[in-house]
Design a protein around this ligand. Structure first.
Ligand code: P71
Length: 459
């Protein structure tokens, strides 16, 4: 295995600043050991998220200059609409400023209190938007998704037995739609197979329940299908996408991922009645239906990005770069979540820092150490983000997985910078005994990971 060579050359450079360990130590103290509070300019390699952090191509930048900023009927909207229809195949296209607005518009129109929406694993914003309607967000992914060592090709698959049980338990009238997240972000960026999507679709159609995709990373999912699923090796990514979406009735998308833009999203679907309700709400909270909270130039960049992301040379580089980081880490003995997904490598903090109990936030401690020693920023996905308080005892219930996600922005970092990340983490692994646990000194009542503060515990 080698690094796939970059299928682009660099035309514009954005300088990044190296900081000293002393400076980073001070910034960490000021931030209460919360990486969300560290200024991005003091980060050398920023792997906090792959969302909205892509580098646009010269073709996309050129498109910005062709933005038509008319209030109604901008030409960029028609280009965007035609592009989305040609890839996804649904009748109506509704632009939004990002993914969670597409979710909000859909769920506020079709989800009622007491209902249930099954998904392989709901992403945070999707879960929050379902629950905001007074409904249950039910995760029905295959059980292997929760085992960090289980290496299988389509670990994002829906568990069809659990899905059918849920339909029978809840009743089909209380399930307004079923969703599939491609790739399954919360399970490690794992893909869903075409066979599983087809079978889910058949099950949903048998019960008369619409099927929707959370399509943020659809091109990466299609690339895995081409690579791993028999019968797809000679098909184009566009053909695979067309087949995949033909099994559903609509999708939500944050174009900040596979749309290769810094802002943008959309909702696309076939149901005319739903579109009417969604459009009315769109006008109230987001904007007129031909711009939906975006500038004309943003729509143009998104249309061009959605075409570029289907390019196989790009995807081979993209998936290959993420995978190679995983392989370098494995060769160095670093415990990671297997297999490596499409957009990120996850460090297994429980195994990386076995001397730190989960009550002392090992994944957060690992994030802190990675930034302090090497200027690299990852994100904690563990007790800080998902720990819950037992309402009767007040004690924390720890999540099963304690991870640090290293999400790779698209087309942003060179293979040499990725090598620096791998070497740094391997070095940190060698000296892991020196890393101490943390105590939380402040937490907000909801979404505490964004604003929590910590103190370092003595050795
Ligand atoms: C990621 C994000 C961005 C994020 C959002 C919230 C907290 C921290 C980071 C966003 C997703 C996603 C999926 C599968 C919908 C959204 C929302 N992911 N579905 O992974 O991964 O999209 O941010 O455009 O509203 O860092 P939006």
């Amino acid at each position: 295995m080698k690094f796939p060579s970059e299928p682009f050359k660099i035309k514009v450079v954005e300088p990044i600043r190296r900081t000293t360990r002393e400076e980073r130590d001070r910034l960490l103290r000021e931030a209460g050991y919360n990486l969300f509070k560290v200024p991005a300019e003091s980060v050398y390699v920023d792997l906090l998220t792959d969302s909205g952090t892509s580098a646009m191509s010269d073709n996309q930048w050129a498109g910005l200059m062709l933005g038509d900023e008319s209030y109604a009927g901008s030409r960029n909207f028609y280009h965007f609409e035609e592009t989305v229809k040609s890839i996804f195949g649904y009748r109506y296209v509704i632009p939004t400023h990002q993914g969670r607005m597409a979710e909000n518009l859909l769920f506020s129109t079709v989800v009622k209190p007491g209902m249930c929406v099954p998904n392989n694993i709901h992403f945070d914003t999707t879960r929050a938007n379902v629950e905001h309607q007074g409904a249950e967000a039910l995760d029905v992914v295959v059980k292997e998704a929760y085992d960090p060592h289980c290496d299988m090709p389509f670990k994002g698959n829906m568990d069809l037995v659990r899905l059918e049980d849920a339909i029978n338990r809840v009743g089909r009238n209380r399930i307004p739609l079923v969703m599939i997240t491609i790739t399954n972000n919360s399970g490690g960026g794992q893909p869903v197979s075409m066979a599983n999507i087809r079978a889910t679709s058949e099950l949903c159609r048998r019960y008369g329940i619409p099927l929707f995709f959370d399509a943020c990373r659809f091109a990466e999912n299609c690339f895995f299908i081409k690579e791993r699923e028999p019968g797809y090796q000679t098909k184009s990514i566009a053909d695979i996408a067309r087949e995949l979406f033909s099994y559903g009735d609509g999708c939500t998308m944050s174009a900040k991922k596979d749309g290769l833009v810094n802002i943008g999203g959309f909702l696309s679907l076939n149901n005319a009645e739903w579109v009417q309700g969604i459009t009315n709400r769109l006008i109230l909270v987001e904007g007129f239906p031909t711009y939906g909270g975006l500038a004309g130039r943003d729509l143009e960049a998104m249309a061009r990005g959605l075409k570029e992301v289907l390019d196989e040379e790009y995807l081979e580089f993209r998936i290959g770069q993420v995978r190679y980081l995983g392989e370098l880490l494995e060769q160095g003995g670093v415990p990671i979540l297997k297999p490596v997904g499409g957009h990120a490598v996850y460090l297994n903090a429980k195994e990386f820092l076995p001397h730190i109990p989960q009550s002392q936030f090992p994944a957060q401690a690992l994030c802190v150490a990675l930034y302090r020693e090497f200027g690299i920023r990852g994100v904690e996905i563990g007790t800080v983000m998902f720990g819950k308080k037992d309402p009767s005892t007040g004690r924390t219930i720890h999540p099963e997985l304690e991870m640090v996600r290293l999400a790779i922005p698209r087309r942003v970092y060179t293979n040499m910078q990725i090598t620096y990340v791998a070497e740094s983490i391997i070095e940190l692994f060698r000296t892991r005994e020196a890393i101490h646990g943390l105590a939380m000194t402040y937490e907000a009542p909801v979404l505490r990971h964004f604003t929590a503060r910590f103190e370092e515990l003595p050795a």
